[in-house]
Design a protein around this ligand. Structure first.
Ligand code: ARG
Length: 437
């Protein structure tokens, strides 16, 4: 089949080359953005008198028909036409004849594909931010509902100090708030219009880039045409925001997986968000959370793939850059699916507050309160730390908790312990008054 660029070629392309270079299997995702960009480009060509209004109208009619064909699954895709840009243009010829050949005036696939990617990333940033918002709402609700639930806070995965469950959930809320801000700032790099840069050097034709910018809703135009076709920073930024987000979701998943074990027994996942084992009838597994943890690795890999892809490229466009699409699309699908599954999973977990409290009581999580009690009596913190450390060691030997020590026993460690030390047992209640949100 004759290629749109076949003028200087004397032989047909080898079938293996066609298959090897084709990106249509994955870049067909960009059809909507490609057609939107082409419509704006045709309108600009008409406005500047490069093509007639009549020609632009025909082109736009054809493009809209093609859009409908793709949406209704009636569009004939084939590797022979390489990518989505060629497919749309070839089809346009079939529909409206030679006037279709005017659409690609003052345009190259290099600025065209860059434009499609910008439009796509802008759209996906808004989508991801919307989904982050939904997850944040669930975390906020969980924090608000669990202000009086006390759990051991951990460092080194060892019980450290009592905290409220609200504080724990709010920590994730804060991470997501930062993620949202990061995605919003990534919008700046995506909100730049490359069209008009053509292959790399612009055009001698009297185009109006600002008009196309306005039609497509971009804030700015690339200042440098070579930069416009060779920049993929906005793709890298999107994936790197996603990698940080996934790192947070993976940590949340890990906390929930631990809490859901029989060893912790702090929560139970709802049946509708857990899975079973094919051999062990008793099993109820946290596969959803494990997959979120696992998928974080995929997104980190995607980031590394695109960074490595770009690092050695000379200016300006190189075909290597076609390889940016699969990591980007995979990142979008992964991030969105994780953000979509978490709200339901989180809002249906059963919180076992008694077990959480028991874990606090069984630990020496209140030791810091005793040290701070002595500090208030005038002892340097390091000495107070040492004294309470000895008390803990004593308690372990005697199989007692700190608050079970009598005043006589306490006074053996420091004469400064007085009757008011009993208030420390109420201290756990004060944890509930920690303001988190
Ligand atoms: N499919 C290509 C890509 O995704 C489109 C641009 C091709 N340009 C070219 N001059 N071969 O990067």
């Amino acid at each position: 089949m004759k290629k749109l660029w076949a003028g200087r070629f004397e032989k047909e392309t080898d079938g293996l080359v066609e298959r090897f270079t084709a990106s249509i299997d994955f870049d067909r995702k960009l059809y909507e953005h490609d057609i939107l960009g082409s419509i704006a480009h045709a309108r600009m060509l008409a406005k500047t008198g490069i093509i007639s209004k009549q020609e632009a109208a025909e082109i736009i009619r054809g493009l809209l028909e093609i859009k409908l064909e793709i949406e209704q699954g009636r569009f004939p895709f084939t590797v022979e036409y390489e990518d989505i840009h060629m497919h749309v243009e070839k089809r346009l010829f079939e529909k409206i004849g030679p006037v279709a050949g005017k659409l690609h005036t003052a345009r190259s696939r290099n600025d065209q594909v860059a434009l499609d990617m910008h439009l796509y990333v802008k759209q996906k940033i808004s989508e991801v931010v919307g989904k982050i918002d939904e997850l944040m709402k669930v975390l906020r609700k969980l924090a608000e509902e669990n202000k009086d639930v006390i759990i051991p806070g951990y460092t080194h995965l060892q019980r450290a100090q009592p905290v409220t469950l609200a504080l724990h959930f709010d920590a994730y809320y804060q991470m997501l708030r930062r993620d949202k801000e990061r995605f919003c700032s990534a919008m700046k790099g995506a909100d730049l219009m490359p069209l008009g840069a053509c292959a790399l050097a612009g055009t001698t034709l009297p185009i109006d880039r600002d008009y196309t910018r306005e039609l497509l809703g971009f804030s700015e135009i690339y200042k440098n045409t070579m930069d416009a076709v060779s920049d993929r920073d906005f793709v890298i930024e999107f994936i790197s925001c996603s990698a940080i987000l996934m790192m947070h979701l993976s940590r949340l998943a890990e906390d929930l997986i631990l809490w859901n074990t029989s060893e912790f027994d702090f929560i139970e996942l709802d049946d509708s968000f857990a899975t079973g084992s094919s051999i062990m009838p008793q099993k109820k597994n946290p596969d959803v959370l494990e997959l979120i943890r696992g998928k974080a690795g995929r997104v980190f890999g995607n980031l590394m793939a695109v960074l490595t892809l770009m690092k050695g490229l000379p200016l300006s466009y190189n075909r290597d850059m076609q390889e940016d699409k699969e990591p980007l699309f995979d990142t979008v699908d992964t991030v969105i699916s994780c953000l979509e599954v978490l709200p339901g999973l989180l809002s249906t977990i059963k919180i076992k507050r008694e077990n959480m409290m028991k874990a606090v009581e069984d630990s020496f999580a209140d030791a810091t309160y005793y040290a701070e009690y002595l500090v208030k009596k005038g002892i340097p913190f390091r000495s107070a730390h040492e004294i309470v450390g000895k008390m803990v060691s004593y308690c372990i030997k005697k199989n007692k908790k700190l608050r079970e020590l009598s005043l006589v026993e306490l006074k053996n460690f420091s004469g400064l312990f007085g009757d008011d030390v009993l208030e420390l047992s109420n201290k756990l209640d004060n944890v509930k008054n920690i303001k988190v949100i």
